[in-house]
Design a protein around this ligand. Structure first.
Ligand code: PEP
Length: 263
């Protein structure tokens, strides 16, 4: 279902009216985690100033350590819905448990399945059934074939509104948190009709790499980028070191605006 063999035209997925697909470079930005109403609103205003048309923000955070901030849950979803109301930005947010899909979908415009759940087949089937657009991150240890088969689980339940997101894979390299596989973009675009975006924040894990990797993403033909921004990253409860700050926004806006899409 996700293969380009039977569907030669590349697809566009619409999220609250915002297109992700060929001919556009969609900027999704916002905080890694929803922490407070003010922090989320400030981050959303930053995202908008940089030209973002979709707001990201996690209310359910799949953290490596069980002692790390796990997200605000439904209270975080309510904050996202309020900030959507105030800014007009449709919301992309992660769901980590098949039992929460209905709840998260009642607030979100697009459901995110994260790298740690990329082969959680019960979750994939549940987001397939709910009928909202889904952003499927690549498993950090997944081959492209495994990633596309994960997308197939969603599609098989009747949902073809899937955006694939390359967010870096595990390699022997330790200088970056993950190794961004830019070659995944043209490879996947040849194999599948689904849009492919890049997450330069979670791949590098470092603020100084976000803009260079964004340039790489756009140059290689990605259909969009998803980027962490935070008004006060030194106080962030999650992934502060990779969040762009106010001073980075003009350059982010320029990078996204000035690189024309290749397709
Ligand atoms: C995220 O985008 O908030 C996230 C946790 O990303 P990943 O699943 O790629 O680690």
């Amino acid at each position: 279902l996700v293969s380009r063999d039977n569907h030669p035209e590349r697809s566009t997925v619409r999220v609250g009216g915002v297109p992700i697909g060929p001919g556009t470079v969609t900027l999704i930005a916002g905080p890694c985690a929803v922490e407070t109403p003010q922090q989320t609103l400030d981050a959303a205003e930053m995202a908008k100033a940089a030209g973002a048309t979709l707001l990201r923000g996690g209310a359910y955070k799949p953290r490596t350590s069980p002692y790390a901030f796990q997200g605000l849950g439904e209270a975080g979803l309510r904050i996202l819905a309020d900030v959507r109301e105030q800014t007009g930005l449709p919301v992309v947010t992660e769901v980590v448990d098949a039992h929460d899909v209905e709840l998260v979908a009642s607030y979100a415009d697009m459901l995110q399945v994260g790298t740690r759940n990329a082969q959680n087949f019960a979750l994939l089937q549940a987001v397939g059934r709910i009928g909202k657009p889904v952003m499927l991150k690549r498993g950090m240890n997944a081959t492209i074939e495994e990633w596309l088969m994960a997308a197939e689980y969603i599609a098989q339940r009747g949902n073809l509104d899937i955006v694939l997101c390359e967010r870096g894979i595990r390699t022997f390299e330790t200088a970056t948190r993950n190794t961004l596989d830019v070659s995944a973009v043209p490879v996947v675009q040849r194999l599948s009709h689904l849009p492919v975006i890049i997450d330069p924040s979670h791949s590098g894990g470092r603020r100084d790499l976000v803009l260079p990797l964004t340039r790489a993403a756009i140059a290689v033909g990605a259909d969009g980028v998803i980027i962490d921004v935070h008004p006060r990253p030194e106080q962030a409860l999650c992934d502060g070191p990779q969040a762009l700050v106010d001073g980075d926004l003009p350059e982010l806006a320029r990078v996204v605006r000035e690189f024309p899409p290749l397709v």
